[in-house]
Design a protein around this ligand. Sequence first.
Ligand code: PLP
Length: 389
Amino acid sequence: MTTAIPFNKPYVNDAGRRYIAEALSSTSHSGDGPFTRKCHALLQSLLGVPKVLLTTSCTHALEMTALLLRLQPGDEVIVPSFTFTSTANAFALRGARIVFADIRPDTLNLDERQVERLITNRTKAIIVVHYAGVGCEMDVLLEVAKRHGVAVIEDNAHGLFGKYRGRYLGTFGDLAAQSFHETKNFSCGEGGALVINEPKLIEDAEVIREKGTNRSRFFRGEIDKYSWIGLGSSYLPSDILAALLLSQLEARDEIQLRRQQIWQVYYAGLRQWAEQQGVGLPFTPAYCDQAYHVFYLLLPSLEDRQALISHLRSHGILAVFHYLPLHLSEFGRQWGGKEGDCPVTEDVSARLLRLPFFYSLADSEQARIVDSICSFVPEDVRTRRASMT
Ligand SMILES: *Cc1c(COP(=O)(O)O)cnc(C)c1O
C-alpha cells in the first residue's frame, strides 16, 4: 500500500525550531518584538520598499488597505472575480460596492484591457491579484489608474519574490498584502504583511494596526504618552509566529529553488500528455519571473476535472480546485452579478485543477503523481459517458 500524498505540507527547518524556542524564552510574546523587527527589516531591504508591517493575515492586511483608503459606503473597487473571498471581502466590510472584472485566459490574471470601462467617478481602487505568482500587466494597470486618479492595491498572497519586468511584485501598488498562511510559499501558520509603497500612508497604517492609537510613535520616543486617535484594530502577530516566519524568509533561496525544480518537473513530465489530451498548462510571459506558488492543469471540461480528481484520489493523491467565481457566489450576487458577466472566470473555474506542491514533496512522490496523471485520458471519460446515455 503506497502512502497518501497530501495537497500541502508546511515547511519547518531547524532554525525555525530554534527561533521559536528563543522567542518563547523571552519575557514578552506580543507583537513587534525582536523577531518581528527582523522580519520587517529583511523584507524592507529585499523588496526595497519604505515600510513593511507584519499582520495576523493577508486578509487583515487587505482590511488595513480598505481603512487606509478611507473607503466610504458606496465607493467602488474593481476586483477580479477569480480570487479568494478576502480580496473582495476586505472592501465589502467598509461598505464598498464590489465591481467584478474578468481575467485573461492565458495568465488567469485581472484582464487589464477590461478595467477602464469599469471605472466610474465612485471608483477608489483597482485590486490586482498576481495569480500563481505571475505578474499582472502592471504597466497598463498603473497607467489606467493614474489617468483616473484611483489607487492600486496588490493582493500578492501568491507572489512574494516574483517579478514583473525585473521589479518585485508587491512594490507596484500604493499598498500590497502578503500572506504567510500555511498553504503559501513562506508561512507561519497564519500571518501576513502590509507593504507600504506610499510613504504618506505609513503613520496612518501604524495607527490602524495598533488599535487606533499612536502607540508606535510612543515606543519610538516621539511622544510622551499614547492615546486613541483614529479607527483601528489589532493586526499584530505574536513575536513567536514572527520567529517561525523569519526562519523561512532566511531560507528563501533554498525554498524557492526547490519549488522551481518541482514546478519544472511537473511541466516537463506533463507537457506531452497535456498536448495530446487538450489540457492546458500554466503560462508565464517572458518578462515575468514567477514565484512558483501553484501548478495547475486546465482540463477540457468540468467532467474531466472531476474525473481526474477521483482518479488521483484512487491513487492516494489529493488534488484540489479553486476559485468559484465571486460574482456568482451567494454573497457576491448582491452587486448584480449574473452568468456570462465574466466568461473566462466562469470557464476556468470549472476546469482548473491544482496539483500537490510543497517543499518536502519527494522526487518519488512527484513521479507517482506524474505517472498517475499520464494514465488518465480525458477522452475516455467522455466516451464512457456517451455510451452510458
Ligand atoms: C491565501 C490568500 C488570501 C488570504 O490569505 P490569509 O493570509 O489566509 O488571510 C488572500 N488572497 C489570496 C489571493 C490568497 O491566495
